[in-house]
Design a protein around this ligand. Structure first.
Ligand SMILES: O=C[C@H](O)COP(=O)(O)O
Length: 248
């Protein structure tokens, strides 16, 4: 099955108003990309509104990095999916390993967040991935299978769900798994998606994330069931991000 590749940039806690200049370069470069690739930038909350205005009618979608499961209420410092939609976001990353570690997010919380995102008509990008100790112990497939079972909400479809596989030990380290290991994990995720979502599981895009850059993108994106990339550090500049999309 052909799935349109998604190259998503997660800016994490980076970016100020002046970064709009970099977004403009990404928008300009995106015009030259083939139609088989979609681009997404997920800046910090503070830039979503500004970026969404800027990217309107362009090839670049704008997303968020987290959402609270509730639509509104007494949750100081939190932002809901409804607010993100209002600001112009179309996608929301949930369950990133940095949040699973720093904020101790559980699969159940990730599930509730993804359900809220989907409930607002947005696309949830649910992140999964094993630690180095879990891989060394031969538990990577089991760990990711358990995360998927717990994190994917009822009502997930190919249209409202994207899964991002990010081995924790590959994030920001310059290290990547072998293409054989990526292929094994993505095939495993595909099987689990078919088991959990039936026919819809075939169309859900599975991104690889963890030290993706221009020099390794073509190799990683050519692996079966790798339907795009979730890019951190190399998404912060057009110079580094666009060549990853060009590698599709
Ligand atoms: O969400 C993106 C990832 O955590 C990957 O980050 P990285 O490309 O800097 O390794």
């Amino acid at each position: 099955m052909t799935r349109t590749k998604l190259i998503a940039g997660n800016w994490k806690m980076n970016g100020l108003a002046a970064s709009t200049a970099e977004l403009d370069k990404i928008i300009a470069g995106a015009k030259e990309l083939p139609s088989r690739v979609e681009l997404l930038i997920c800046p910090p909350f503070t830039l979503i509104d500004r970026f969404a205005d800027r990217a309107e009618r362009s090839r670049v979608a704008v997303g968020a990095q987290d959402a609270h499961p509730k639509a509104s209420g007494a949750h100081t410092g939190c932002v809901s999916a409804a607010m993100l939609k209002d600001a112009g976001a179309t996608h929301v990353i949930v369950g990133h390993s940095e949040r699973r570690t720093d904020q101790k997010e559980t699969d159940a919380e990730v599930n509730a967040k993804a359900a809220a995102v989907i409930g607002e008509g947005l696309i949830a990008i649910v992140c999964v991935g094993e630690t180095e100790a879990e891989r060394d112990a031969g538990r990577a497939l089991d760990v990711v299978g358990t995360q998927l079972a717990g994190s994917l909400p009822a009502g997930s479809t190919a249209a409202n769900l994207v899964v991002a596989y990010e081995p924790v030990w590959a994030i920001g380290t310059g290290r990547t798994p072998s293409t054989a290991d990526v292929a094994e994990m993505h095939a495993h995720i595909r099987t689990r998606l078919r088991d959990q979502l039936g026919a819809e599981g075939e169309g859900v895009r599975i991104l690889y994330g963890g030290s993706v850059k221009a020099s390794n993108a073509a190799e990683l994106l050519a692996v079966a069931d790798v339907d795009g990339a979730l890019v951190g550090g190399a998404s912060l500049t057009a110079e580094q991000f666009l060549p990853i999309a060009q590698a599709v």
